[in-house]
Design a protein around this ligand. Structure first.
Ligand SMILES: CC(=O)N[C@@H]([C@@H](O)[C@H](O)[C@H](O)CO)[C@@H](O)CC(=O)C(=O)O
Length: 290
């Protein structure tokens, strides 16, 4: 379960339906071209919070069917509707997903006891493991070292996807819980996290930049920091361009230049203007090999 995991996009058509052929191509591109170690399915990048339970299940099915056992698969099942989270956890487990993950419950200001109960309720309902998805900038949920420790007391909670720029907390977590899996969640900070000895990374830009991400991670593990820094610089030039143009939409347009029918994003996300499509194509021409 270590290494580079792509936070998988989902291809949607103009009506917002799953574009199955495009989704299968996305899976193949990540496995065959980017050669990532795994896929993180129905996360933020998969537009999970914009789709129905039935669509989430269908995406889990298609991805497992296409990927088989070629790479590790993590199913993000977190939901404010805890019944849905449990249902999805059971569904993904039955399909053979290697682990589950759940975003911290957000919007209402849940206290820590409620957050702990949420994780234990989901994971104790299935025969699988759980990776906490912590992304404070989007959820508003900031957990302390001690609170992570309390969650980790449940042996089925095997790690955290740490999407935060708090390298002090990341170092403390690494030191305190050497046996737990820690994944870096900010692609632009991959090298800094790798230096702190994280076990892997999960990111959206790996859909187009997976090979470079793999190299950064590997070089850091080998102590070749100067080379890794060069690659992180190129990566961050790319990420700056993507973020300025519209994150998920730009990645989808870039994928289209690689022959992947990545579709469009679901409403209320807007579509790119013609000018921005051109910017995405220029980014692809500059940063992606044909
Ligand atoms: C909000 C968001 O999409 N964050 C990305 C990052 O990969 C992020 O896009 C990237 O670092 C650029 O800022 C991941 O942490 C999200 C992710 O793994 C997911 O799709 O669940």
């Amino acid at each position: 379960m270590k290494g580079i995991f792509t936070a998988l996009m989902c291809a949607f058509d103009e009506q917002g339906n799953i574009h199955e052929k495009g989704l299968r191509q996305l899976v193949r591109h990540n496995i065959d071209v980017s050669k990532v170690d795994g896929l993180y399915v129905n996360g933020s990048t998969g537009e999970n919070f914009l789709i129905s339970t039935e669509n989430k299940k269908r995406i889990f099915e298609i991805v497992k069917d296409e990927a088989g056992d070629q790479v590790k698969l993590i199913a993000q099942v977190g939901s404010l509707n805890i019944d849905e989270a449990v249902e999805l956890a059971q569904f993904a487990t039955d399909l053979g997903y290697d682990s589950l993950s759940a975003v911290t419950p957000f919007y209402y200001k849940f206290d820590f006891e409620e957050i702990k109960d949420y994780y234990n309720t989901i994971i104790n309902s299935v025969d699988n493991t759980m990776i906490i998805y912590s992304i404070p900038a989007l959820t508003g949920v900031n957990m302390s070292l001690e609170q992570f420790g309390e969650l980790f007391e449940n042996e089925k909670i095997i790690g955290v996807k740490f999407t935060a720029p708090d390298f002090y907390l990341l170092e403390r977590l690494r030191h305190a819980y050497p046996e737990k899996l820690i994944y870096s969640g900010f692609d632009e900070m991959l090298l800094s996290a790798a230096v702190l000895n994280v076990d892997g990374a999960i990111g959206s830009t790996f859909n187009v930049n997976g090979a470079r991400a793999r190299s950064i991670f590997q070089l850091a593990q080998e102590g070749k920091i100067e080379e890794a820094r060069e690659l992180q610089k190129v990566t961050n030039d790319l990420i700056s361009g993507i973020l300025a143009n519209g994150l998920y939409q730009t990645i989808k347009e870039m994928l289209k230049t690689q022959g992947v029918e990545a579709g469009v994003c679901r409403k209320p996300m807007k579509q790119l203007s013609a000018d921005k499509v051109k910017v995405a194509q220029e980014l692809a021409a500059k940063f992606l090999s044909k």
